[in-house]
Design a binder for this molecule. Structure first.
Ligand code: NAD
Length: 374
């Protein structure tokens, strides 16, 4: 099988296949074509790919590939008419895609495998790009909070007196939230966290953080995969009322609350931000789905009554080398699942394949939609 690795669109620093993973694919008998410069923003030059037995090619030549592995699957599908009939593995923004977008992929006979639809089951953990990227995002969010706040994170005993630790409050204790908690804790902050799912309480406490009880957490808030269900507006209003007591006591608030395929719940109001001390910071990890804070603007710095609100959407890309390494390993595990003796072998009865295959043999499947085939 010929595997193609494109350069990503401007602003994306990660690359989907690293030389290490490319070398493993070559050793398994695949030919790997890498677009010249594809790894530059992740600190990987063409020579490193050549050393891993890859062929460095112009973008147009990627159309020779049977399978293209990309971060941005939609952009990779646009490489040229020659990708018609190819399998493209990447992140497609499946929940935001219109019927027309999907139909266009199907019309070109592209088999699109959307990595963001990998189910959160144990067998698929090694392929779960959302989790591996969210973990890096949580780490980065904590570092960002630490560097932007005008208070030190750890408690210090100095000759001048005791410095109290910064108060960090993490809202949403899924993958990104738990990593933000552990990172802030390791930096010495006093960390509290909240999640709507009751199961999150133990995970928060096992990291040494305090779980904030709002008396709104319920057994029914999570599904089998550990994702939250969407609640009604009355519930969110009650949450905001309760959070209004906790947010103003915090020097750094990190928000990561998310529901798959839905806009992020708005949990922090501008009044809560205004009630925080001057010099405090809110880092909103959910900016790309609308934000958990009313003031969040994607990739902008908003200052409100002395408080900084940040909504970075490329947190994983900020550690592009590690993020590319993790992404490439996830892709390699998926390729093991969908190939047999060096050739593509999609088993539509496999739960992971069934959940991620957006288009197949000229037809739209859209498994993430209620009216999808599977
Ligand atoms: P996740 O599903 O693992 O965690 C989200 C958590 O939010 C869950 O534990 C859920 O129970 C909780 N939650 C949902 N509604 C809530 C509510 N009303 N109140 C409190 N908690 C609530 O998701 P994740 O993988 O950790 O991702 C978190 C966010 O980070 C997502 O928005 C994701 O898109 C984003 N993310 C951002 C970047 C970036 O660069 N900014 C990178 C990766 C992920």
């Amino acid at each position: 099988m010929i595997v193609g690795v494109p350069s990503e669109p401007d602003g994306e620093r990660r690359v989907a296949v690293t030389p290490e993973v490319a070398g493993e694919l070559s050793a398994d008998g695949h030919d790997v074509l890498v677009e010249s410069g594809a790894g530059t923003t992740a600190g990987i030059d063409d020579a490193a790919y050549r050393d891993a037995d890859c062929e460095i090619v112009d973008r147009a030549e990627l159309t020779r590939a049977d399978l293209i592995a990309a971060i941005d699957g939609s952009a990779a599908s646009e490489i040229g008419d020659g990708t018609d009939g190819a399998t493209v593995v990447g992140v497609f923004g499946a929940y935001e895609q219109s019927e027309a977008d999907l139909a266009a992929l199907a019309d070109r006979s592209i088999d699109a495998i959307a990595l963001e639809l990998i189910p959160r089951i144990s067998r698929a953990q090694s392929m779960d790009v959302l989790s591996s990227m969210a973990s890096l995002a949580g780490y980065q969010a904590a570092l960002l909070g630490a560097s932007e706040a005008d208070r030190l994170f750890p408690m210090e005993m100095t000759a001048a007196g005791t410095i109290q630790p910064a108060e960090v409050f993490v809202i949403g204790a899924g993958v990104a939230g738990l990593k933000a908690i552990s990172t802030a804790d390791r930096l010495g902050a006093s960390v509290r966290a909240y999640d709507v799912r009751l199961e999150a309480r133990e995970e928060v406490q096992s990291l040494g953080a305090e779980f904030v009880e709002l008396d709104l957490e319920t057994e029914g808030a999570g599904d089998d995969e550990g994702y939250a269900r969407e609640m009604d507006e009355e519930f969110y209003a009650a949450q905001r009322e309760a959070l209004a007591r906790v947010v103003p006591e915090s020097d750094v608030v990190i928000t990561t609350a998310a529901i798959p395929g839905q806009p992020a719940p708005e949990l922090v109001t501008s009044e809560m931000v205004a009630a925080m001390d001057d010099g405090s910071v809110l880092v909103d990890c959910s900016a790309d789905t609308g934000g958990n804070c009313a003031l969040t603007e994607p990739d902008q710095r908003v200052t409100h009554e002395g408080v900084t609100v940040l909504g970075p959407t490329d947190l994983a890309g900020q550690v592009a080398a590690t993020a590319s390494d993790q992404f490439a390993r996830n892709v390699a595990h998926l390729l093991e699942l969908i190939t047999d003796e060096g050739a593509l072998a999609l088993d539509l009865d496999d739960e992971i394949v069934a959940a991620t295959l957006l288009t197949h043999e000229g037809r739209v499947r859209a498994p993430h939609r209620d009216d999808g085939e599977s």
